[in-house]
Design a protein around this ligand. Structure first.
Ligand code: GAR
Length: 216
């Protein structure tokens, strides 16, 4: 079976990109990375792409007069490689509705909170400040509103006594590295369908058990 062609957009260290690179290295994984694009030339993720023998391209937003021209360049790069699913992996630029609509239902994002809670930046700090007992991470299809759109998969991660933002972020990141490849697999296998702006997963089973924090 042909593997789904991914385009990964990054801005930074690229640990989620690495999780996708590692997943795609398995011959039975139903997707492959056609291109990695960074809007920042110094992004560490570009080295990860290089080391994996994947084409990494810099499209520096500062070189373009406006968002529309920057995004046209992005679209051209993705189209030229035959990209079928765009994955935002720590891509820290807001995309315009024009770009989002162009890739509607073929554009996903990972965010370090249990959306719709804590959209936007500094979600770990805000989770701790709010006193929630669980935070987590979400992979979702992208809609024009920031950190909004049909949810594919989430992982709940406990907030523990004494956590600071770095400790919570590190715990959430481990879960991110599991759910991003899992979400891509579901989509690539055609098992995640959007129905009335919710994602229906074919063959979905109830998760094992309920988590309590503190134990109850
Ligand atoms: C990840 O925690 C990702 O969820 C977050 O940026 C980090 C990128 O790390 N994305 C967002 O906050 C998007 N709203 P990485 O470069 O190591 O994958």
């Amino acid at each position: 079976m042909a593997r789904l062609k991914l385009g990964i957009l990054i801005s930074g260290r690229g640990s989620n990109l690495q999780a996708l690179i590692d997943a795609c290295a398995a011959p039975e994984f139903p997707a492959e990375i056609a291109i990695v694009v960074s809007n920042r030339p110094e992004a560490g993720g570009l080295d990860r792409a290089r080391q994996a023998g994947i084409e990494g391209v810099v499209i520096d937003h500062r070189e373009f007069g406006d968002r529309a021209t920057f995004e046209r360049e992005l679209i051209a790069a993705l189209d030229q490689r035959g990209v079928e699913l765009v994955c935002l992996a720590g891509f820290m630029r807001l995309l315009t509705p024009t770009f989002v609509d162009r890739w509607r239902d073929r554009l996903i994002n990972i965010h370090p909170s249990l959306l719709p809670a804590f959209r936007g930046l500094h979600s770990d700090e805000r989770a701790i400040d709010s006193g929630v007992r669980f935070s987590g991470c979400t992979v979702h299809f992208v809609r024009p509103e920031m950190d909004d759109g049909p949810i594919v998969i989430q992982a709940a991660v406990p907030v523990l006594p004494g956590d600071d933002a770095d400790a919570l972020s590190a715990r959430i990141l481990e879960a991110e590295h599991r759910i991003y490849p899992a979400a891509v697999r579901l989509i690539a296998e055609g098992r995640a369908r959007i129905v009335d702006e919710r994602v229906v997963i074919e063959g979905e089973h109830a998760p094992v058990g309920t988590a309590f924090n503190p134990p109850a």
